[in-house]
Design a protein around this ligand. Structure first.
Ligand SMILES: NC(=O)C1=CN([C@@H]2O[C@H](COP(=O)(O)OP(=O)(O)OC[C@H]3O[C@@H](n4cnc5c(N)ncnc54)[C@H](OP(=O)(O)O)[C@@H]3O)[C@@H](O)[C@H]2O)C=CC1
Ligand SMILES: O=C(O)C1=N[C@H](C(=O)O)C[C@H](O)C1
Length: 249
């Protein structure tokens, strides 16, 4: 069985990963504030991550935490020679560069969304935006009220896909008094309740509206995808990998 360490083990996704791990074994977790075991999994302070990766003979880290914590654990993975699956979102440019550096030393797979549906959505978005190339585009996402980064990592990834097809300028949370430009895309983030994650791209023009949307109904979908990615990643060469590599394999 693949031996997994979970970064952010005390969080919502940390719990979901422990619950979903049936074909792999979560042997240790990392967090900053809780040294108690979570569901029988020992919790180790981040500062001791490299030592714990060796002590618990970890094959791969699955990370759902915050950017600062993910980067600390990426350094520990490099030190201990352990693979890493990064699910945390909200990295700035420096953070992304640090992850790229780590991927030169160990296998590192990063995805803003580990659901298969979002993989398919991204392909549909690419085709739709490339075909309906003069339609107005508006992108919306909705998440639970505890989410700290906005727009979501997934919305940013969808925006990247759109910008590969069309030169559009994002307008975040539009306000004021002016008509929209043809080449802008409105991007909107809503936060409410315990909504797991909804994303929608609207393409409107020529007396018709096409809406492409996805709704996650349980965190288990992300946890299962991340664990699939973790099992797949072990034994790969050092390098940068994405969830599409796993889904297409
Ligand atoms: N890629 C994907 O498919 C998905 C990605 N996500 C992303 O995963 C991340 C976590 O989401 P969620 O579980 O809902 O968040 P939570 O707030 O529930 O959990 C965050 C976890 O990170 C820990 N943490 C906080 N600060 C640090 C730090 N400085 N270093 C290390 N760990 C820290 C927290 O524990 P403590 O404070 O005790 O240290 C906690 O265990 C977010 O970035 C979210 O966007 C979420 C779902 C799916
Ligand atoms: O924080 C969340 O919950 C989620 N975060 C990811 C994101 O930022 O896109 C993935 C998913 O939408 C849930």
């Amino acid at each position: 069985m693949t031996r997994v360490a979970v970064n952010g083990v005390t969080g919502q996704m940390g719990g979901a990963v422990i619950e979903a791990a049936t074909d792999s074994e979560v042997v240790v977790g990392f967090a900053t504030s809780d040294t108690n075991a979570v569901d029988g999994v020992p919790v180790v302070d981040l500062a001791d991550a490299a030592e714990a990766l060796r002590e618990y003979d970890v094959d791969v880290v699955v990370d759902f935490a915050v950017p600062e914590g993910a980067l600390t654990v990426a350094e520990a993975c490099v030190e201990a020679g352990v693979s890493m699956v990064v699910g945390t979102t909200g990295f700035d440019e420096d953070g992304m560069a640090s992850l790229r550096d780590a991927s030169e030393e160990v296998p590192l797979l990063k995805a803003t969304n580990f659901s298969q549906g979002i993989q398919v959505l991204q392909r549909l978005v690419s085709e739709a935006v490339g075909t309906l190339d003069d339609y107005d585009l508006e992108l919306m996402e909705t998440h639970h009220n505890r989410k700290v980064d906005a727009p979501s990592g997934t919305a940013n990834s969808i925006l990247d896909v759109i910008q590969e097809e069309r030169d559009v300028e994002p307008v975040y949370g539009r306000e004021g008094h002016a008509p929209r430009d043809d080449d802008e895309i409105g991007v909107f983030a809503r936060r409410a309740g315990d909504i797991r994650g909804e994303h929608e791209l609207v393409l409107a023009g020529n007396d018709e509206v096409l809406s492409l949307s996805h709704r996650a109904e349980d965190r288990g979908v992300f946890a299962a995808g991340a664990l699939d990615a973790a099992t797949w990643l072990v034994g790969c060469d050092a390098g940068w990998y994405e969830f599409g590599d796993v889904v297409d394999a």
